[in-house]
Design a protein around this ligand. Structure first.
Ligand SMILES: Nc1ncnc2c1ncn2[C@@H]1O[C@H](COP(=O)(O)OP(=O)(O)OP(=O)(O)O)[C@@H](O)[C@H]1O
Ligand SMILES: [Mg+2]
Length: 236
């Protein structure tokens, strides 16, 4: 009998409480969605690809001094994590202009952003994930001034680590979205780091190896996700 209690079923992951206090299980499902859930599909194997990549990067970042929620993998798509009180922010780091930033600001697609920028959205389906700034984050009590500084520093460090890693694998890290949460006084990196949450371009061909393949019907999503897994394995 499965005694785990479903806490939350999101668009791509399901979160369960286990019998171990302070631990949660996150199951990476095969569901894929885009445009706020308007486009939806199930792609067999997608959950496993994202779980493997996430687990790999959580361990890689942890080794490099970033506190993460990762504890262990239970099976190919089930991650055991430290339970966090999530901070309702989507923290986005951008190295190259693509996606919404090109629509909102006079960047051209593919333009290098150097030094990288961090932008933040309020994670709320109800409010449509609006952009938020530091003053609003402080006013709403989502983070303290110290917390804001820590999140910014961690995000820049994560960006550098991921960018350098992907460069070795022949992939350009265009941008990514991360989420943080608290346990006690510590802020941890939570959620996932996967092809759903990063924009990755093949350095040679320029082809997308991430959820844009799904969003814009650019080809076979699973084979793009699989390429990232293969390239990561090759660099090890
Ligand atoms: N360590 C953690 N402790 C508690 N909650 C977590 C932890 N890591 C991630 N979460 C939360 O678990 C949920 C994962 O679900 P999922 O990513 O599928 O859906 P979503 O974030 O609601 O939607 P979407 O990502 O598609 O916008 C998110 O709400 C995320 O903030
Ligand atoms: Mg999510």
């Amino acid at each position: 009998m499965n005694e785990d209690q479903l806490l939350y079923e999101g668009k791509a992951k399901s979160v369960f409480r286990t019998s171990v206090p302070g631990e949660l299980k996150v199951i990476f499902r095969d569901d894929i969605t885009a445009f706020n859930g308007e486009k939806k599909d199930t792609l067999a194997g997608k959950g496993e690809y994202n779980a493997r990549v996430s687990a790999f990067f959580f361990q890689y970042l942890e080794k490099n001094g970033i506190p993460t929620h990762f504890i262990r993998m239970e099976d190919e798509r089930t991650m055991v994590v430290k339970e966090l009180t999530m901070i309702p922010l989507e923290v986005i780091a951008r190295n190259v202009a693509a996606g919404s930033i090109v629509k909102k600001f006079p960047f051209t697609e593919g333009q290098l952003i150097e030094p990288p920028v961090i932008v933040t959205d309020y994670k709320s389906d109800e409010h449509g994930d609006p952009s938020i700034n530091d003053d609003l984050i402080l006013a709403l009590g989502f983070l303290s001034a110290d917390g804001l500084r820590d999140v910014r520093e961690m995000t820049l460090k994560i960006n550098k680590l991921l960018k350098d890693f992907f460069a070795e694998a022949g992939i350009q890290l265009v941008d990514f979205k991360i989420e943080f949460g608290r346990s006690g006084d510590t802020i941890y990196l939570g959620d996932e780091i996967s092809m759903d949450s990063m924009r990755l371009w093949d350095e040679k061909t320029g082809e997308s190896l991430d959820k844009d393949v799904y969003r814009f019907g650019k080809g076979d999503v699973l084979s793009a996700y699989g390429k990232v897994v293969d390239k990561i394995l090759q660099t090890l």
